[in-house]
Design a protein around this ligand. Structure first.
Ligand code: G3P
Length: 249
């Protein structure tokens, strides 16, 4: 089965309710390919999830940007996977590099979160990626493989997982990975899945790219055989996001 192109918009910690409503109105008016060609998921901050879910067109879906590692309870400030399910939120982004770097989330912790979220019925966008220092020292694939391994050790069924390769040096910097750089890591990741999980999972799991994706560079990136879509930050807050969705065509 072919891999349906996937475009995620990660709005990070941005927006007022007025701004969020405007973004949703722009998305709702956008002319984009049908759902069998591209799956679109946008991820507002937690507090805006109900608003976006209620106002967003029905062929686009919503994702939370994080969730707690196990069932809720005495964990001040956290939001559990169960609560997202209860609200009808289908997706969650886990292991984003900002959470790994700033909030100290380890590979194991991210793996535990992915496993728990899946067990509750959420679909997961699991992020991996190396820092500039790691790339320059030649350890890109070791880093990305270790991050993926922590997930693979805890997850059997990959049908609800999308892997987002986001090189840290490309996030929010305007310094996008070249199509060749993205393709190289995506192909390696797929090989890793084939060797360590299964040929079926390697062939069917979508591996999307994130890091300074824009209307100007998306088409060429989308042309790479192992690039199955994008996780977009800054440009997902702008009308340009519609052009990025159209890169699926
Ligand atoms: O999750 C998306 C992301 O980290 C990329 O951000 O602003 O470089 O597109 P940006």
């Amino acid at each position: 089965m072919g891999r349906t192109f996937f475009v995620g918009g990660n709005w990070k910690c941005n927006g007022t309710s007025e701004e969020i409503k405007k973004i949703v109105a722009t998305l709702n008016a956008g002319q984009v390919p049908s759902q069998d060609v591209v799956e679109v998921v946008v991820s507002p901050p937690f507090v805006f999830l109900p608003l976006v879910k209620n106002e967003l067109r029905s062929d686009f879906h919503v994702a939370a940007q994080n969730c707690w590692v196990k069932k809720g309870g005495a964990f001040t400030g956290e939001v559990s996977a169960d609560m997202l399910v209860n609200l009808g939120i289908p997706w969650v982004i886990l292991g984003h590099s900002e959470r790994r770097a700033i909030l100290g989330e380890s590979n194991e912790f991210v793996g535990d979160k992915v496993a728990y979220a899946l067990s509750q019925g959420l679909k997961v966008i699991a992020c991996v990626g190396e820092t500039l220092e790691q790339r320059e020292s030649g350890s890109t694939m070791d880093v990305v493989a270790a991050q993926t391994k922590a997930i693979a050790e805890r997850v059997k069924d990959w049908s609800n997982v999308v892997v987002a390769y986001e090189p840290v040096w490309a996030i929010g910097t305007g310094k996008v990975a070249s199509p060749a750089q993205a393709q190289e890591v995506h192909a390696e990741l797929r090989k890793w899945l084939q060797a360590n999980v299964s040929a079926e999972v390697a062939a069917s799991t979508r591996i999307i790219y994130g890091g300074s994706v824009s209307g100007a560079n998306c088409k060429e990136l989308a042309g790479q055989p192992d690039v199955d879509g994008f996780l977009v930050g800054g440009a997902s807050l702008k009308p340009e996001f519609i052009d990025i969705i159209k890169a699926a065509e």
